[in-house]
Design a protein around this ligand. Structure first.
Ligand SMILES: NC(=O)c1cc2c(N)ncc(C(N)=O)c2s1
Length: 317
């Protein structure tokens, strides 16, 4: 039976969304670029001829096209917190002592790489992306929804039709940073000092077509508003983020002792230069959420987490 136009379009949208998810979120391409591009052009032609079937979450909507005069302000109902920085094993041991003293028992920690990008917050209603925002000062950020939709690893639609808000880091891979600066140098433009600045400058572009061209990526790591999800610890929260279709960093590890935390830090101090993205340290969090709630926050930072900062990487000569 020949497919109707609507069925052809829906089928292509579904296939291309799955292929893009495999490529941009899982880093495991399932088709080659030529085949993806061929299907993509077919979908563009069909949606152009039949705009009534073009959906806002179609893969063709990732190209940007909105040019703004400025960014609206966004109030973060759940503020984005900062982290207390530590620089030595002694400070990490002191952190663990404080945690155990407050709780009266030992805890497991989860270690996550501290991505050198910029924090973003993504809000979903009924499983659809409704708002992307920069961290700003943690309470007031900028609305970057148009630009967020061009970041291929940010899902436009979740695997569940739920209301949630998640936070993470938007970053530019090292290879994309090098390519972008080479191009800018050839065009006589100023180059970016580092991938973090390049990511910030790209996600805060007034022309979303430019954002779309910058190959930004994300790692999500915080469930701010859990919505209907029942989660008891950070490791589970990250698994939920994976299941919902988000890109999370797979290098995370649950550590039952501070010695294991330190071993994780030392292992990544050596691996850091091989990673395809820049990190500036390791975030250490008490894993269990009831322990986190008992520990609470100081004025600006959680008592249940610290950021171990690596010394600045030697400039790549
Ligand atoms: N300022 C913050 O709270 C954080 C900043 C970052 C960062 N740059 N990268 C990773 C994490 C994480 N996995 O928790 C956090 S948390």
């Amino acid at each position: 039976m020949k497919q109707t136009v609507a069925e052809q379009i829906h089928d292509l949208q579904k296939k291309l969304t799955e292929y893009a998810y495999a490529y941009y979120v899982k880093d495991q391409p399932v088709v080659d670029d030529a085949y993806y591009d061929q299907l993509y052009q077919q979908l563009v032609a069909l949606e152009t001829a039949h705009p009534e079937y073009q959906t806002s979450d179609s893969p063709t909507q990732r190209v940007g096209g909105v040019v703004r005069k400025g960014f609206e302000k966004v109030v973060h109902e759940i503020p984005l917190y900062s982290l207390n920085d530590v620089f030595s094993k002694a400070e990490i041991i002191a952190f663990d002592q404080r945690v155990q003293k407050t709780l009266g028992h030992a805890v497991s920690y989860i270690c996550e790489l501290k991505i050198d990008g910029l924090s973003i917050s993504l809000k979903y209603e009924n499983g659809r992306l409704v708002r992307g925002a920069t961290r700003g000062d943690g309470t007031i950020g900028e609305n970057i929804t148009d630009n967020s939709k061009t970041v291929k690893s940010i899902p436009l639609t979740l695997t569940e039709p739920i209301d949630i808000e998640v936070r993470g880091e938007c970053y530019m891979p090292k290879a994309s940073f090098i390519q972008l600066n080479q191009k800018r140098e050839e065009e006589g433009l100023d180059i970016f000092a580092n991938p973090r600045n390049a990511a910030a400058g790209s996600i805060r572009q007034l022309d979303s077509k430019v954002t779309a061209s910058r190959n930004l990526s994300t790692f999500l790591y915080t469930l701010a508003d859990f919505g209907p999800l029942h989660v008891t610890n950070q490791a589970e929260a990250l698994t939920h983020l994976d299941d919902l279709g988000f890109r999370t960093n797979q290098e995370r590890a649950v550590c039952s002792t501070i010695d294991d935390v330190w071993a994780y830090i030392e292992s990544f101090h050596d691996k850091r230069s091989q990673l395809p993205y820049e990190i500036d340290g390791v975030v250490i969090k008490v894993n269990d959420f009831s322990d986190q709630n008992q520990l609470g926050f100081t004025v600006k930072a959680p008592r249940w987490a610290v950021a171990y900062k690596f010394p600045p990487e030697e400039a790549q000569t």
